[in-house]
Unconditional design. Structure first.
Length: 146
């Protein structure tokens, strides 16, 4: 059994209500519930944190470093394009992760095209909506088997 952590960044608490034409109609609770069910069925633990605070996400990454977290799914929202501090914390955590984005960053404003995490992630899933999280989790299970 492995411990899997999903980290959700700023404004993701508004999923299902904020710009559903971009982010879809699933709420973050819907997404987390499906991920938790998949983890339970596969015999893994699931933990999650959503925060609009960069410092809270960094603190959770520091905690993950020593709490037995084996794999992470991350969507740092707007911090994806701005936070060197979160990048440093994720590198310090030394935990493999997959980056997930609901929208296709490459079809959006140019400033969203650069991710500070894509080059250090196992992989990135963008533009597949809420399903991207489920696909990332399946890939995480496969990584944990290896």
């Amino acid at each position: 059994m492995a411990s899997i952590l999903a980290l959700h960044g700023p404004n993701l608490n508004l999923l299902g209500h904020r710009e559903p034409h971009i982010y879809g109609s699933d709420t973050l609770a819907d997404i987390n519930q499906r991920l938790a069910q998949q983890c339970t069925a596969a015999g893994h633990e699931f933990h999650t944190l959503q925060s609009n605070s960069e410092s809270e996400l960094i603190d959770r990454l520091h905690q993950a470093r020593t709490d037995g977290t084996a794999f992470m799914l991350v969507n740092f929202g707007g911090f994806t394009h701005t936070s060197i501090a979160i990048r440093d914390a994720i590198l310090a955590a030394e935990i493999p992760f997959i980056e997930v984005h609901l929208s296709n960053l490459h079809k959006r404003e140019e400033f969203r095209h650069k991710s500070y995490f894509a080059d250090i992630a196992i992989g990135s899933i963008v533009g597949l909506g809420a399903q991207g999280y489920e696909l990332a989790l399946q890939a995480a299970f496969k990584q944990l088997q290896n």
